[in-house]
Design a protein around this ligand. Structure first.
Ligand code: COA
Length: 161
């Protein structure tokens, strides 16, 4: 049976930290769906279409990775696409409580949805999309944080906001 994993997130925008997790998940599963999802606690800077396009370009060299969007519950999406695992990156102990809560809630809503945590590489431990947005908006160098294929468009997009 083909094993499908979903990497969900708001990806506003995708960073090298996300990409590291997606790349490693693509080696563990037959197919990985990078799912641009809605976090109701956040107002997005980039549109869902832009965020998906950034992900598609950054993962173009990973043949078993596809991108999708959902504005519904992750647990329902998992059921609809036949995925067996939610893959998330854990950056630090401070991530754990929130991630544990989401994993438990998803499991309650869909008992077949297992959450798998991959530890992030040390150099990405401090990274987040909002940090990238803040540095980029103020004209700082974000080239070490985002994939090179999309660097220019992210910089341009942030400076316009
Ligand atoms: N490397 C670098 N940064 C990372 C990272 C990694 N490996 N993993 C996460 N981050 C960053 C993200 O960029 C994000 O930064 P930000 O807060 O500045 O935007 C931060 O860490 C938190 O990431 P995460 O916990 O994955 O939150 P998110 O907003 O990206 O994603 C959803 C949360 C969208 C997956 C969640 O809200 C969801 O499942 N929504 C769907 C609706 C639903 O089912 N809700 C019930 C869930 S139980």
């Amino acid at each position: 049976m083909r094993k499908i994993a979903v990497c969900p997130g708001s990806f506003d925008p995708i960073t090298k930290g996300h990409l590291d997790i997606i790349r490693r998940a693509s080696q563990l599963f037959d197919r990985v769906i990078v799912l641009v999802s809605v976090n109701p606690d956040k107002d997005a800077t980039f549109s869902a279409t832009q965020r998906m396009e950034f992900i598609e370009r950054a993962t173009a060299n990973l043949p078993n990775v596809v991108t999708d969007f959902s504005d519904g519950l992750l647990a329902d999406y998992m059921r609809d696409c036949g995925a067996c695992a939610i893959v998330k990156g854990l950056r630090a102990v401070s991530d754990f409580e929130y991630e544990f809560q989401m994993a438990m809630a998803n499991k309650k809503l869909n008992p077949d949805a297992e959450t798998v945590f991959l530890t992030t590489q040390g150099e990405n431990m401090y990274l987040s999309s909002s940090l990238v947005r803040q540095i980029g908006r103020l004209g700082g160098d974000i080239s070490t944080f985002v994939p090179p294929e999309i660097l220019h468009d992210i910089e341009t997009g942030l400076r316009k906001k």
